[in-house]
Write a protein that binds this ligand. Structure first.
Ligand code: GDP
Length: 368
């Protein structure tokens, strides 16, 4: 019972021991002098210099802290992150960037765990990132929960980072690109970007990797797997996972995919897309996945497509960044919210056409 407002309880007998007795003053539960010492010991935020030096010397803690800055929405963090990225850029670009997609359940995590372990056993350093715009770490995203990659996550030569949390796909993609730069500067020579095969996120993933692997399951039509033709067209390799379950079906599926691919035009890379089988369980075919990636890299470096594609990706980043910047500047302009509301009303009341209103807001209208 509260005793803050005695009038409220004036009709009651107010002799409860709880109200009369103040209780005994308890000593502090925490020794303040220890607290002071702990505070003094807490490391200050690393400087840009320290972050860059740590990252380029392969310090994982510094890498994680820089990634946290990239992911932060605080303006000061963003500015610091941009400085770190700029200074890491000269050390980046030397990895093989591999995109992996497939519907949930296709075995992406299990395959990445198997392939990642194979790679670290062969002296590679592997970073695993994810693009999942629906993710919000606390709410359990599709790809965010990497605890499934149990062995890889404790491998000192692997670095696993869940998707930057929910936001626009453009925002998540940009952050992932920046994280790739940081991981490469930290010496990771294979960067795997995982994405779920059910939307626009693989287009984003495709725009930042060198090689795109599509995982499929045996005996399921494209419709069933929700894989659109566009995603098959982006693939540099298709592998039917779980071939340990039913080999005949897996082989039949592979033949169907090969036939379907024959109808597609030759990709710009000049590369013939392979369809293979593998099992992330028995590890059959897992090393072949990597062999195929390396063959592709050799082939496209020889014909120049590898470098051309990376340049195209850079130009795309330029365009996207400008477009996002313009959009942000427009909507964040002083008074824009009220003006938008006003013209929206005018449109609803048929006072002005939507085109005219848009021109006016964009400053294209001479009367604006
Ligand atoms: P994701 O949603 O695409 O990441 O798929 P997961 O990697 O989580 O795999 C989905 C399920 O398929 C899990 O229960 C895995 O244990 C299982 N799985 C993955 N790879 C294989 C495989 O090669 N063979 C068999 N039999 N099961 C597999």
């Amino acid at each position: 019972m509260s005793n803050e407002d005695p009038k409220l309880y004036s009709n009651f007998d107010y002799q409860s021991a709880l109200n009369v007795q103040k209780g005994v003053q308890q000593p502090d539960q925490v020794n303040n002098s220890i607290l002071e010492k702990m505070r003094a010991r807490k490391k200050p935020e690393p400087t840009v210099e320290e972050l860059v030096s740590g990252i380029t010397h392969g310090d994982r803690t510094m890498l994680s802290r820089a990634i946290t800055l990239v992911e932060s929405s605080l303006h000061t963090h963003q500015r610091k992150a941009q400085e770190v990225i700029e200074r890491c850029l000269p050390y980046s670009g030397k990895s093989v960037r591999l995109g992996i997609t497939g519907v949930p359940g296709a075995g992406k995590s299990t395959t990445i765990e198997a392939l990642g372990k194979y790679l670290t056993q062969h002296n590679h350093k592997v970073a695993v990132l994810a693009i999942d715009p629906s993710s919000e770490r606390s709410k359990g995203s599709i790809l965010g929960d990497k605890t499934r990659m149990e062995e890889l996550s404790v491998d000192p030569n692997a670095f696993i980072r869940p998707s930057p949390s929910a936001g626009s796909l453009g925002g998540v993609a940009r952050k992932t690109r920046e994280i790739i730069v940081l991981c490469e500067a930290a010496g990771f020579d294979v960067v795997i970007v995982e994405t779920v095969g059910v939307g626009q996120s693989e287009v984003a993933a495709h725009s930042m990797v060198d090689f795109f692997l599509l995982l499929q399951l045996a005996n399921q039509g494209d419709e069933l797997q929700g894989i659109k033709r566009g995603i098959m067209e982006m693939a540099d390799m298709i592998s039917i996972n779980k071939c340990d379950l039913d080999r005949t079906k897996a082989e039949l599926s592979a033949t169907q995919y090969r036939n379907a691919l024959h109808l597609f035009p030759m990709p710009d890379s000049g590369w013939t897309v392979k369809v293979t089988l593998h099992s992330a369980y028995t590890l059959e075919g897992v090393s072949d996945l990597w062999t195929n990636v390396m063959e592709y890299v050799t082939f496209t470096k020889a014909n120049g497509y590898f470098y051309q594609k990376r340049q195209q990706q850079n130009l795309r980043i330029l365009k996207e960044t400008i477009e996002n910047g313009l959009r942000d500047r427009f909507y964040n302009a002083p008074g824009m919210e009220e003006r938008m509301e006003q013209v929206s009303q005018d449109i609803l009341n048929n006072k002005i056409s939507a085109y005219q209103a848009a021109d006016m807001l964009l400053g294209l209208d001479s009367q604006a």
